[in-house]
Design a protein around this ligand. Structure first.
Ligand SMILES: [Zn+2]
Length: 71
């Protein structure tokens, strides 16, 4: 199957993309077989989103502290 993954809207795909190489993976898998041949536990998309959310929250706290210190 030679479908270009990037052309389709996200919800129209019946598969996910590998976070390392961008190949199509089974739905719910974030790493393809070539990038994870041993079948190690994969990072889930929700873990990635939680990491980004935590970083955004920490930046907001730091900016608030800087604002209080300089006021
Ligand atoms: Zn891959």
């Amino acid at each position: 199957m030679t479908t270009n993954v990037r052309r389709l809207p996200p919800m129209a795909r019946a598969y996910d993309q590998c976070v390392r190489c961008g190949k199509a993976t089974q739905w719910g898998h974030s790493v393809c077989r070539e990038c994870n041949p041993a079948g190690l536990p994969e990072p889930s998309p929700s873990q990635y989103h939680a990491t980004v959310f935590t970083v955004v929250l920490l930046v907001m706290v730091v900016l608030a502290l800087i604002g209080i210190a300089l006021h």
